[in-house]
Design a binder for this molecule. Structure first.
Ligand SMILES: C[S@@+](CC[C@H](N)C(=O)[O-])C[C@H]1O[C@@H](n2cnc3c(N)ncnc32)[C@H](O)[C@@H]1O
Length: 202
C-alpha cells in the first residue's frame, strides 16, 4: 500500500495543496504553547508533513519513525525544500517491535496511523509513553458511512490479494491506552470521516 509511488504522491499533493483540514486542526493543537527548544516525533509519519510544519513553526528538532523505507527520499526532499535537513531525521522501524527505537519527545504525532494496524490501541500506548508533553492522534470516526467504507475497502483488498487491512478502533480504547501512560484528554475535534484528539501530561 505504501510503495514509492504513494510516497511520491504524498509529497506532490502536499506541495500542491498544503495541509488538509484535519491536519490544520492537529497542527494548531500541537503548536499550542511553547515550541522553541522542543522536539517532535512523528510515528508512522510517511514523509513527515506535520513534523515539518512544527519545525517551521519553531520546534527545535524533529524525527520521523516509519515502517516503510520508500518514504525516506521524499521526507529528505521535503526537509531540503524547507531548509531544515540538519534538524530532522528519518528512521525506518516498526515502533511496535522496537518501542525504544525513538527518544521521547515533547510532542508526538500519530496521524492516520492507528487505522493501519490491528494493534492500533497498543501503538497509541507506545506513542503516549514517548510523549513527554503532548500526543496528537487522529483516527477514523465511528460512523455508519465509515464502517461501510472500511468494509468495502477491506473486501477490495482481499479480492486483489493484498494483506493490508484498515481497522476502526474504538476511541475509548485509544484514549484509555494513552491515559494509562499518564496523559489526559485536552482537546478533540472532527471533520467528515476523521477525528483527532490531543492528550497532554498534566
Ligand atoms: C495512512 S499512512 C499515514 C502517513 C502519514 N502519517 C500521513 O498522514 O501522511 C500510515 C503510515 O503508518 C505507518 N505505520 C503503521 N504501523 C506502523 C508501525 N508499527 N511503526 C511505524 N510506522 C507504522 C505505515 O507505514 C504508513 O506509512
Amino acid at each position: 500500500m505504501f510503495a514509492p509511488r504513494a510516497a511520491r504522491r504524498s509529497l506532490e499533493r502536499y506541495r500542491r495543496k498544503g495541509l488538509d483540514r484535519l491536519e490544520r486542526m492537529m497542527l494548531r493543537s500541537a503548536a499550542a504553547g511553547r515550541l522553541e527548544g522542543r522536539r517532535v516525533l512523528e510515528i508512522g509519519g510517511g514523509i513527515g508533513i506535520l513534523q515539518s510544519e512544527l519545525l517551521e513553526a519553531g520546534a527545535a528538532r524533529g524525527e520521523v519513525v516509519e515502517l516503510v523505507a520508500a518514504y525516506e527520499p521524499y521526507a529528505r526532499e521535503l526537509a531540503r525544500d524547507r531548509g531544515f535537513q540538519d534538524r530532522t531525521s528519518f528512521r525506518v522501524a516498526d515502533v511496535l517491535d522496537q518501542p525504544d527505537v525513538a527518544d521521547p519527545a515533547e510532542i508526538v504525532v500519530l496521524n492516520r496511523v492507528v487505522c493501519c494496524s490491528p494493534d492500533g490501541v497498543r501503538l497509541t500506548g507506545v506513542a503516549a509513553r514517548l510523549a513527554q508533553g503532548t500526543l496528537v492522534l487522529s483516527f477514523p470516526r465511528d460512523r455508519l458511512v465509515v464502517r461501510v467504507g472500511i468494509c468495502l475497502l477491506n473486501a477490495w483488498l482481499w479480492l486483489v490479494r493484498r494483506s493490508f487491512r484498515v481497522f476502526l478502533h474504538p476511541r475509548a480504547a485509544l484514549f484509555a491506552a494513552a491515559e494509562a501512560e499518564g496523559l489526559r484528554l485536552s482537546e478533540e475535534n472532527r471533520v467528515r470521516f476523521w477525528e483527532f484528539a490531543s492528550l497532554r501530561r498534566p
